[in-house]
Design a protein around this ligand. Sequence first.
Ligand code: ADP
Ligand code: MG
Length: 716
Amino acid sequence: MNVLDSDIQYLPGVGPKRAALLKNELGADTFSDLIRIYPFRYIDRSSITRIADIRPDLAYVQVMARITKVVLYGPNSSVHDQSQPLRWPAVKRMSVMVADASGEMEMVFFKGIKWNYEKLRPGSVFIFFGKPSTFGDRINIVHPEVDPAPQNGQPNTISGTLTGVYNSTEKLKNSGITGKVMNKMMAAALGQCLPFIEETLPEYILRDRGLVPLRYALQNIHFPESQDALAKASYRLKFEELFFLQLSLLKQKYIRSRGEKGIPMPKVGKDFNDCFNALPYDLTGAQKRVIKEIRSDMMSGSQMNRLLQGDVGSGKTMVAVLSALIAVGNGCQACIMAPTEVLSQQHFANISKYLRPTGVQCALLTGSTGAAERRRIHTGLEDGSIQIIIGTHALIEDDVRFHRLGLAVIDEQHRFGVDQRSKLWAKNGDGVPPHVLVMTATPIPRTLAMTLYGDLDVSVIDEMPPGRKPVETMQIGQNHRLQLYSFMKKEISKGRQVFVVYPLIFESEKMDLKNLEQGYEEIVQAFPFPPYKVAIVHGQQTNEVKNFNMDAFAAGRANILVSTTVIEVGVDVPNASVMVIESAERFGLSQLHQLRGRVGRGSEKSYCILVKDNKISKESQKRLDLLCATEDGFELAEEDMKMRGPGDLEGTQQSGLPITLNIASIARDGVLLGEARRFAEAVLEKDPFLEDPMNGLLVKELRKDKYNIKDYSKIS
Ligand code: ADP
Ligand code: MG
């Protein structure tokens, strides 16, 4: 058997008990698993700190000092009586006083006392390494690592100057797998494995990118010879990881675009032109560009799989309509799927207007569509007389069958699960999948999009329709509520409308509702009828009540809409110019941005007012500050990702990253990710199926389980 695949328990110093822990806690089953766990930081042990310079806030220090006194303490801090024989179990603590030329300090041991007592003889010099802490007014180090002082008086260089620190867990620490033990295990594993480690990147890539060989990289990521060696090792390993990730994603895209047949749509068609010519406005440059991209996909004969990103209000609906009309113009049907009933209705209302000049037949299908209408729609979809269907999940139910579905548009894609989306693929009897356009208003940082949707084509609407005024964003404390109300009154007197949004705060929906209803009561008192009218919308209402209240606000019959985040996506009320967000500190950055996007849609100056608690965390404050500083959704998403990491980014939790990255970070290594992707593209451009023997190593690496992410290519 291969050394690399040896069970971790056979590594010297491990054994079955530790092996079980390493497997459970770190997922390391074999020798080679272990050496692919890299330090998350390094301690520079080349420098010695003078005792007099030690402050409790220093991270780690290393002192070289002579032991002056050792005292053993029994229970309740009783000092061990030297005249009595030592009974080890009774010893609870050992205090070791040490001194260098600058001062004196204490090292404390609660564990391993016997062993250290024998080693730490007064008068001898050691190097102590650890994190200083304070005890009363004294500074000490608890459980320092202890190394003998070097003979020549120089710092210990045996273990190199940089020592790796590995992620650990409580369980690991408690069972004696300390940093030092971890380093020893790594050294043992590397010693055994390195001779058998094979290069994963072809020679020409190493040369071209100036990368160090894999063996060198692994050795130096664990035990760096120098800062420079560490940098080279880290660069090589990060590049490799990102490159293979992109290569695996892009390879699928290449294969699909050559293999997967799509419905060819050579024409634009009369309906497209009729709609286009009747538009009340000119398309923005970005809308035109994106429509061109979509059109050329739909013409190509291969299946389109395109992600359309565009900030709230950037005009994605129009793009969806024109794309649907291309399908119609080629004798096919189109469906537009939205995540909620309210959004579907709004889409239906807007889109019907756009379609009026064309005579294209359009219908709405949701959960609350009545039986008779539902039957009519089912028949119309099957015989092809309904050309565009708009709706919710109801569209993907099994009894919905199409005459010929040419395009599926999915709005706000992150609200649909992978399974639901893939159901759309099977809607055509002949097995030829419809073209798919996924639209999202959650700006995903470019780097993350490349990874999450690495095998999709991405279009971005990066330009807002003209005439949109910036939304003035400000933060106020709870104590400014009266000023807030008088400001709202002033805006209402000008004929504007106001959103007031409450977060989901409590675990239970009932509690959230209570919170919302209290807020509603307060607003109703401050804005009594007549003249004011306040509507309320939340998730617990029946669709009927919800729609009634929503409509009242949309039609201008209510001045204020109090709601939970149900209005987050899509809802379009151009006359609403004020967005008040209660307990704003509880929202994520992207969500705040989405909410703000509900205003600023009309020609009036708009405001977003963040009401925050008097005491909020630094993190929350930073989010609110950022939101006030910029309206660029991509910039905010980028910042959000830096603050919280890509895994927690709103809109991406469901999908997650396709593979776990060991060393590279999507948030921090964006530039390298771009390089890796371009390089992977270049490789595939020359050799799409990786058939050239020169790329043999790449094929071998891609066969590994972790790159088996085929499901991802079917996300839509
Ligand atoms: P979103 O991208 O958030 O779905 P919408 O498609 O709802 O945005 O568009 C937001 C608003 O902008 C709508 O009222 C729409 O009529 C308007 N709009 C879209 N495109 C343009 C344009 N090119 N010029 C002016 N207004 C536009
Ligand atoms: Mg929209």
